[in-house]
Design a protein. Structure first.
Lengths: 141, 138
């Protein structure tokens, strides 16, 4: 499986490390030069410095043959555009995005992204299932 | 509704408002509105109803009244922000007329191909200057 990860922050770094450990082929794309250098020191040659929304650069990552693209930068709009380009222009079969604003989970899906994950939403869900249920249940009992 | 209170956004907002339309301006920088009032571009009435916030935030757009609007222009400095805001307006809120500025000619071509009404100041500027140099300007 060939996976392209856009955004070399903490999420992108651990994703790439985990997938490499599993023997998958990975390209990790990072915009910032010094961050890319650090990542290369940790992960090796799978790191590429560039913009995940620049078409000319995306082509150099071999995106046409990618099985999946994951966009995990801290900016929802950058993730959306990178994934739409992957989906609509390069026909990548699986596109997954990280979103910061929980409302963007639905919006990403409506705009053609296969899967969107919001840490905020997951944390809220965890909070509700731990506390919220106990508080709302008694009125029915 | 206009997202992005820069040189283009502020002038467009004022000319539409002067022509009798009801305009809401959105910018994440509150200083953007006062800057263009100071330059005499924006009236204080327009600034009074302007909204500070992220134009890519669907909830903020709803609170700013996007559901009742007839047209939407995405005119921030960021191509991706414009692309996202314009698509939310078009596909989530079904605004009939949506215009999106994209500086990158390649991205502009892709999103135009996907049905977004876009324009590219880079190409427009190149054509204008080229026509002037080659003596084809009107």
């Amino acid at each position: 499986m060939y996976v392209i990860i856009i955004g070399g922050g903490k999420v992108g770094y651990f994703l790439a490390r985990d997938l490499l450990d599993r023997g998958e082929e990975v390209t990790l794309v990072e915009r910032d030069g010094s961050r890319a250098e650090f990542l290369e020191g940790q992960l090796g040659t799978c790191v590429m410095r560039g913009d995940g929304d620049e078409m000319a650069f995306l082509r150099t990552t071999g995106i046409e043959r990618a099985d999946a693209v994951l966009a995990v930068t801290g900016e929802d709009e950058d993730n959306l555009v990178a994934l739409q380009l992957a989906k609509h222009h390069y026909n990548v079969p699986v596109t997954i995005g990280r979103v910061n604003n929980p409302a963007n989970v639905q919006i990403f899906k409506a705009l053609g992204v296969d899967e969107a994950v919001s840490a905020t939403e997951i944390l809220l869900g965890a909070l509700e299932s731990s506390i919220g249920r106990d508080e709302t249940a008694p009125s029915k009992d | 509704m206009i997202v992005g209170c820069g040189r283009v956004g502020s002038r467009l907002a004022q000319s539409l408002e002067t022509a009798g339309h009801d305009v809401t301006l959105i910018d994440r920088d509150p200083g953007a509105f006062t800057r263009f009032v100071g330059r005499g571009v924006l009236s204080s009435q327009l600034v009074d109803k302007a909204v500070v916030g992220d134009g890519c935030d669907s909830e903020l757009l709803r609170r700013a009244g996007i559901e009742g609007s007839d047209a939407f222009a995405a005119l921030t400095e960021g191509d991706n922000r414009n692309i996202m805001a314009a698509q939310i307006a078009r596909h989530v809120y079904n605004i009939p007329k949506v215009v999106c500025r994209i500086y990158d000619p390649i991205r502009e071509e892709v999103y135009r191909g996907m049905g977004l009404q876009t324009f590219c100041p880079t190409i427009d500027g190149e054509r204008t200057v080229s026509a002037m140099i080659l003596g084809k300007a009107g």
